[in-house]
Design a protein around this ligand. Structure first.
Ligand code: TXA
Ligand code: MG
Length: 301
C-alpha cells in the first residue's frame, strides 16, 4: 500500500472522510499527538487500526466526537465529570464513563467493556474530520505498537508508511503528549493517565493503563474457556474459525481482520448461551492473530 501525505486542507479532509467511510484508518493530527482514526461504528475498520499498528493485544480505544452533545449520545456524563467536560472540552481530556446502550459503537472499540473513553479534540483537522464523516472516530496514537507517539506527520510516515492509505499533515502537534484520562464510572473521579490537563482526582493505583489489555476491569466471560479446540463437547459453545465451523464463527474464510472485528461480540454471545462452557478454534498466531490470541488467553486465564 502506498501512503499518501496531504497537507491539512478542505480537500485533504474530504479525501480522509471518504477513506474512513470506506472502512480505512487515516492518520490525523490532534492537539496532543497524531491519531490513527477509524469509524467507531465499523468493527472491521477498527480492526484495521490494530492490524496497521501491529498491536499485540486489544486495548479499549478512545472515541473522538465533535462536542459534548455527541459525547452524551454514547456515554453517561454527569456530576463532576460533566463539570470537567464543560471546563475542558474541546481539549486534551478523555473521560471514561458508562457506555450507553444501543449506540452502535463496535465492541472491539471498548474491548467488550461497559464503559467508554470519550474525548472532544480541539484540533481543527480532527474537528473537520469528525464533522464531515458524521461518525464517532476511534483513534489511538498513530504509531506502530511500542514505538513512541507521533507529534509530526513524518513520525507517522516512518512508523506506519506502507500500512495506511493517508496521513493528514498538520505540522507539529501543540501538546505533544496524550490526553489526560479521568474515569468517572462511579464514586470519585480517578486519574487513569496524567496528561496536559491537571485535574483534582485521585491517581488510580495499580491501574497499568499503558500496558495494553492489563486493565483489571477488562471483560472476561463468566464461563470456562478452552482454547485451540478442534471439536466441542456437548456442553461447549464452539466459536469456530476458518474451516472449523462452530455454533458461530470468528471468520468462516479465515480472515483475521474479520475475526478481530467479531471477537468480543462472539465472546458475549457464547457467555450468554445455554451451554456451560466455551471452546474456541485455533487462530493462527501471526499478524492480527497475535492480538486475538493474547485476548483469548486473558479471557481463558
Ligand atoms: O491524546 C490522546 O488521547 C490520543 C489522541 C490520538 O487522541 N489518543 C490516545 O488513545 O492516546 P489510545 O487509544 O492510545 O489510549 C487509550 C487509553 C488506553 O490506555 C486505554 O486503556 C484507555 O485509554 N481507555 C480507553 N477506554 C477505556 C475504558 N473504557 N476504560 C479504561 N481505560 C480506557
Ligand atoms: Mg498510544
Amino acid at each position: 500500500m502506498q501512503t499518501r501525505v496531504l497537507a491539512f486542507s478542505d480537500n485533504a479532509i474530504a479525501e480522509a472522510a471518504r477513506l474512513i467511510l470506506e472502512g480505512e484508518p487515516v492518520a490525523v493530527p490532534t492537539e496532543t499527538v497524531y491519531g490513527l482514526a477509524a469509524n467507531a461504528m465499523n468493527a472491521q475498520a477498527v480492526a484495521r487500526i490494530y492490524e496497521a499498528k501491529g498491536r499485540p493485544s486489544f486495548n479499549p480505544l478512545i472515541v473522538h466526537v465533535p462536542d459534548l452533545d455527541a459525547a452524551q449520545k454514547i456515554g453517561v456524563i454527569e456530576g463532576e465529570a460533566l463539570d470537567l467536560a464543560e471546563r475542558c472540552w474541546p481539549g486534551p481530556l478523555t473521560l471514561v464513563v458508562p457506555l450507553r446502550e444501543r449506540t452502535g459503537i463496535s465492541s472491539i472499540v471498548t474491548a467488550g467493556l461497559n464503559t467508554i473513553g470519550i474525548r472532544v479534540p480541539s484540533h481543527p483537522a480532527m474537528q473537520a474530520l469528525l464533522r464531515s464523516t458524521n461518525h464517532p472516530l476511534a483513534a489511538p496514537s498513530a504509531n506502530a505498537s511500542s514505538a513512541i507517539s507521533p507529534t509530526r506527520a513524518e513520525h507517522v510516515l516512518k512508523s506506519l508508511g506502507g500500512r495506511i492509505p493517508l496521513i493528514i499533515d498538520g505540522g507539529r502537534t501543540e501538546r505533544g503528549v496524550e490526553s489526560t484520562i479521568v474515569a468517572a464510572t462511579g464514586g470519585a473521579l480517578r486519574l487513569l493517565r496524567p496528561g496536559p490537563i491537571e485535574v483534582e482526582a485521585e491517581r488510580a493505583s495499580g491501574e497499568t493503563i499503558e500496558a495494553p489489555g492489563q486493565l483489571a476491569s477488562h471483560y472476561a466471560p463468566s464461563k470456562p474457556l478452552r482454547l485451540e479446540a478442534d471439536n466441542a463437547a456437548e456442553d461447549e459453545f464452539l466459536i469456530g474459525f476458518g474451516e472449523l465451523d462452530g455454533d458461530v464463527s470468528l471468520s468462516p474464510s479465515g480472515d483475521l481482520v474479520e475475526a478481530a472485528a467479531s471477537l468480543f461480540d462472539l465472546l458475549h454471545q457464547a457467555d450468554a448461551s445455554e451451554r456451560a462452557r466455551i471452546a474456541v478454534a485455533p487462530v493462527p498466531d501471526q499478524g492480527l492473530g497475535v492480538a486475538i490470541n493474547d485476548r483469548l488467553r486473558r479471557a481463558a486465564a
